[in-house]
Design a protein around this ligand. Structure first.
Ligand code: AMP
Ligand code: ZN
Length: 111
């Protein structure tokens, strides 16, 4: 989608250092980190929310991407993955993404 900030990252219209890139997804650091480690994994193809993504194989690849990203960032033993769906649940960017948070104690339940 032309006005989507994460599509612009995928299409290299916004210069962002990538942690990893495959045919299906990219991972990069969150611009406003909420923990010492805060990365995002996003599909290259645009889907607004978890409710819009209809490719279960891709969904598995994204989750695997989160796991590999945590490993790459050296936090594989303690990290949290989050997908916010809908504005009231905290979603601000409507291109589905998995948050990876780590590097500090994470409270449960989240706020
Ligand atoms: P959410 O609130 O779940 O939609 O998460 C969106 C996340 O994207 C927030 O944590 C933002 O800090 C992050 N974000 C927004 N723009 C950028 C950007 N250009 N590069 C990296 N992260 C971004
Ligand atoms: Zn997009």
């Amino acid at each position: 989608m032309s006005d989507c900030i994460f599509c612009k990252i995928v299409n290299k219209q916004i210069d962002t250092k990538l942690i990893s890139e495959t045919d299906d997804y990219v991972a990069f650091n969150d611009i406003s980190p909420q923990a010492p480690v805060h990365a995002l994994v996003i599909p290259k193809k645009h889907f607004s929310t978890l409710n819009d993504i209809d490719d279960v194989e891709l969904m598995g690849k994204l989750l695997n991407g989160a796991k590999e990203t945590a490993e790459k960032l050296g936090v594989k033993d303690n990290y949290r993955t989050i997908i916010n769906t809908g504005a009231e649940a905290g979603q601000a960017v409507f291109h589905i993404h998995i948050h990876i948070l780590a590097g500090r104690p994470l409270l449960w339940p989240p706020g």
